[in-house]
Design a protein around this ligand. Structure first.
Ligand SMILES: Cc1ncc(COP(=O)(O)O)c(C=O)c1O
Length: 471
């Protein structure tokens, strides 16, 4: 009746959890002044706890003046408890006082398997790289990044994607996120329109929004950005850029076909704007070679953004851009006045990792592993859900987009799944215009072991059955 959910194995005692939940309900006005609370006997029955625990919780509330009890009368909520709190404070206090239940399965997206990263080898390389780094490179070494790393990345782009980039056009960044920050400043996007895939990665969207540009969402289908929806010469002319993930659309997974790529490039030329190509995970493609970058079609119009967050690990914070020469000078100025440069040690270690082809072998190994996990996930879905679902997008990356026709996955679905220990994201979470992808879920699987995937899907199936009786 009081809507209290208890964590039986948490570190907070049951009495304190009850005290905290009731206190919140009183200060937020869900329990009103003078309202009668259940007797301790009734409370212990409702929550399946001992009477002592119920008494202890009421005692804590009484001592602090939240409730009043008189012999022979029901315990009542005291007067004057309501706090007129701003939402953010409420949310913060809920987070602080109401820890989320433990996770049973974590289908978060964008997470490589850190357990399989060769940590010892990496630490060895870091040490060797730091020792071998000439003393002058401990100083200010330039906003472009270490020459050795720029060279190795150029070679890597050639052998992994057939992109023949000049090392002089490669600028090292602290990941793709920082790259987009700097690009937004470089193109002076403030007040201008940026065309963005919808749905799209929240983090990247926020970067653009924070730069003060106008976001114009363009719908995405199974093949990626719907280029026929690009604005013509009239409406939308004067846009600053188009942000795209053509090799593996985030989050729906499509590969942008050649005709749409050509349409994008034509549009960029006609409207005199840049295409921002975010190639965040195309190394992990399970049914063929990585897709060739859009950048190959017009290196003057496309700013290519790459990252090592997925193929190595996100905390490395190394990414890069391939930048047309006309933007170099301004980039140098901006980066210098932002955070100066990347630290040289990780760059030197990464250059060595690339030079000795250890990165190639690591990617090969991980591609095989992630491919197997994807197969396993599809198999578990088929076993549990029969034909009630279908996958979207190319067989690539670390997550899967799934459609369950007839379902409506909203924030409350994700929240109640989380209450049951299942972390997942509805595609709607990434939609700018809500409503077009309400029947789709995203499941990140790259970081999960086989057994975690099987168990996770079994749990999800049970949860969805309870919710909707349709699977
Ligand atoms: C589509 C997309 N772009 C960019 C990023 C951010 O990458 P980085 O860690 O290099 O900033 C992510 C991370 O998940 C992503 O999924």
């Amino acid at each position: 009746m009081l809507g209290i959910r208890l964590q039986r194995h948490g570190e907070t005692t049951l009495a304190r959890q009850i005290y905290q939940r009731l206190r919140e309900q009183m200060t937020e006005g869900r329990l009103r002044p003078g309202e009668a609370l259940p007797s301790t006997r009734e409370l212990s029955r409702q929550l399946a706890i001992s009477r002592n625990t119920a008494c202890e919780a009421y005692e804590m509330l009484q001592v602090e003046g939240f409730i009043e009890s008189r012999p022979g009368a029901p315990t009542r909520v005291a007067d004057g408890l309501l706090l007129d709190k701003p939402v953010s404070t409420v949310e913060r206090s809920e987070q602080a006082t109401c820890p989320a239940p433990p996770l049973l399965v974590d289908f978060r997206t964008g997470q490589p398997d850190l357990r399989r990263f060769p940590v010892h080898l990496w630490l060895q390389l870091m040490r060797q790289a730091a020792e071998a780094l000439p003393r002058e490179q401990w100083g200010y070494t330039g906003p472009e990044g270490l020459p050795g790393l720029r060279q190795e990345i150029a070679a890597w782009l050639g052998r992994s994607r057939g992109l023949g980039a000049d090392p002089q056009n490669i600028f090292i960044t602290a990941g793709a996120t920082q790259a987009l920050h700097l690009i937004a400043d470089l193109l002076s996007v403030e007040g201008r329109e940026i065309l963005v895939e919808d749905p799209c990665h929240n983090g990247m969207l926020h970067v653009l929004q924070a730069r003060g540009c106008q976001i114009r969402p363009l719908p995405v289908d199974e093949q990626g950005l719907q280029t026929e929806r690009l604005p013509g010469g009239g409406v939308g002319a004067g846009a600053g850029a188009v942000y795209v993930t053509p090799s593996h659309q985030f989050p729906l997974g499509g590969i942008l076909p050649a005709s749409r790529r050509a349409a994008l490039v034509r549009h960029a030329r006609e409207q005199d704007l840049y295409l921002l190509e975010d190639d965040y995970d195309s190394e992990f493609r399970y049914s063929g070679a990585p897709v060739a970058p859009l950048c190959l079609m017009d290196a003057q119009r496309v700013i290519y953004i790459g990252t090592f967050s997925k193929i190595l690990f996100p905390a490395l914070r190394i990414g890069y851009v391939v930048l047309p020469p006309q933007l170099h000078e301004q980039w140098r100025r901006l980066r210098t006045h932002a955070d100066v440069q990347n630290p040289p040690f990780e760059q030197a270690a990464l250059a060595e990792y690339l030079r000795t082809r250890k990165l190639d072998r690591h990617v090969q190994r991980m591609r095989r592993l992630y491919g197997q996990r994807r197969q396993l996930l599809l198999q578990a879905l088929a076993e549990n859900f029969g034909r009630a679902w279908r996958p979207w997008g190319d067989a690539a990356g670390l997550h899967l987009a799934l459609e369950f026709p007839g379902w409506n996955f909203d924030r409350s679905f994700a929240e109640s799944a989380r209450e049951q220990g299942i972390r997942l994201a509805p595609v709607e979470y990434y939609s700018i215009r809500k409503g077009s992808h309400a029947d789709k879920l995203l499941l990140g699987y790259g970081h999960l072991e086989a057994e975690e995937i099987r168990e996770g899907i079994r749990l999800l199936h049970g949860f969805m059955q309870e919710k909707g009786h349709k699977v």
